[in-house]
Design a protein around this ligand. Structure first.
Ligand code: OGA
Ligand code: FE2
Length: 425
């Protein structure tokens, strides 16, 4: 192990009104038939379930392409629910004879909230399933990796690490989030900063071995686990392995909510249940990546891979006594610069949650849907990650917080997703 420097009528006679209504209904029926014939067979036709006054408009929007509408799955585009504008409300029948309200909470990134997605009993049931399964301490993959060489993030190339550069080195290399006070203590404890200038030069770095450095951080985390990026426990539920009416109904609600092809909902459909106790949190992260030079993780095993999750559906399973909001630190940012954001330290929601641009209150039974990726305009399929989807869980101040996560896996290639479907369904 070594150190590596890296740089949305008028009143007339009764007869006239009836005639108008009949004509309208006939026109609507005709339009519905046309639209239905244009829709793709891979989609469950759930559009009739939408009642927001603009549904007719939406039906017309099903296909407006000048080049023609999809004939087969090979021509369809990846669907993204229309947000209209912040605060917009659509009503949808997610379960037979049960309407749900879908509210647009943000356009950038596109985030929706669905109240009463689950009833109280349903939430309790999922918690019981997870408890039966047994919860284990959450950890993000970085931690388990050994670090054959430590990359020192000398971002400005001045051959020494500033406090910010040291913080980012430790965030990226060890998945541990320190504030300046912690760093100063680290310098003192490891006698690193001989001249106390708060910069660690190449030479000063050589005075401490990577093993000693890593050992110090391991001890710190053992004592203060809340300094990890994620401090929670979790259980996994596999819908195809258990026979549970609620989980089946959940799948159907997701199909109707997202209007994505069944294949995308039915495959890779595992559910993660997370429990945060006091101080539990999850620092800002993306649920998906767009390093598409690597295969998607749900397609390969034990290989370097890219996590490919088109959308996230997260359900709050309880009301939190205090804290535990879901924060989107850069939501609605006019400008966004990755380096500036990382430098700001605001990924550390354990400390800087209040600075986040958007915070959603955990309310029992409410679901949140957001799209981790844009739709690529050329391919019509999964495109780049929407960088404004940085998000995480604020620290729980009092009580516990329970959530469940369901990610919709996709690949950047339509044909590949269709192929997976043919194989697995
Ligand atoms: C997650 C996540 C947010 C929250 O589990 O991936 O982003 O509010 N959770 O707990
Ligand atoms: Fe997340």
């Amino acid at each position: 192990m070594s150190w590596v420097m890296a740089t949305a009528s008028c009143k007339k006679g009764t007869v006239q009104l009836v005639v108008t209504k009949v004509i309208t209904i006939l026109l609507l029926l005709q339009l519905a038939t046309v639209v239905k014939s244009q829709r793709n067979d891979d989609y469950e036709d759930t559009r009739h379930l939408y009642h927001d006054g603009s549904s007719l408009e939406e039906e017309k929007d099903v296909c407006t392409s000048a080049t023609g509408c999809p004939e087969s799955a090979h021509d369809m585009n990846l669907f993204r629910l229309e947000g209209h504008k912040e605060g917009h409300v659509q009503v949808v029948e997610l379960q037979d004879n049960k309407n749900h309200i879908i509210k647009t909470v943000s356009m950038k990134p596109l985030i929706f909230e669905v109240e009463d997605f689950f009833t109280e009993e349903e939430c309790n049931h999922v918690i019981q399933l997870a408890e039966k399964q047994g919860l284990q301490s959450s950890s993000t993959h970085n931690q388990e990796q050994s670090n054959p060489s430590m990359r020192l993030l000398d971002l400005d190339g001045d051959q020494r690490l500033s406090l910010t550069e040291m913080r980012r080195t430790i965030e990226d290399g060890f998945d541990i989030y320190l504030v300046e006070r912690d760093l100063r203590k680290l310098y003192t404890d490891l006698a690193m900063d001989g001249n106390e200038d708060e910069f660690i030069s190449r030479e000063e770095m050589q005075n401490v071995s990577p093993y000693e450095f890593k050992g110090y951080l391991d001890d710190l985390i053992a004592k203060e686990p809340e300094k990890k990026s994620r401090f929670s426990s979790q259980a996994w539920i596999y819908p195809d392995k258990i026979s549970d009416p609620l989980i089946d109904s959940f799948q159907q609600r997701i199909r109707r909510l997202t209007q994505l092809p069944d294949m995308m909902i039915d495959s890779h459909s595992f559910i993660q249940v997370v429990r945060y106790a006091a101080d539990g949190h999850y620092n800002a992260h993306h649920d998906s990546g767009d390093d598409f030079q690597y295969p998607c993780c749900h397609m390969v095993e034990h290989k370097r891979c890219n996590i490919c999750r088109y959308a996230t559906i997260m359900v709050y399973l309880n009301d939190v006594e205090e804290g535990g909001e879901t924060a989107f630190p850069v939501a609605n940012n006019e400008t966004y610069d990755e380096e500036v954001f990382r430098d700001s330290g605001k990924r550390n929601l354990n400390h800087y949650c209040q600075a986040a641009n958007l915070k959603l209150l955990p309310r029992k039974g409410t679901a949140v849907l957001w799209y981790n990726h844009f739709v690529n305009e050329t391919t019509g399929w999964m495109g780049a990650v929407d960088k404004l989807t940085w998000h995480g869980g604020c620290p729980v101040v009092r009580g516990n917080k329970w959530i469940m996560n369901r990610w919709i896996a996709a690949t950047p290639e339509r044909d590949q997703d269709i192929k997976i479907n043919k194989v697995e369904v």
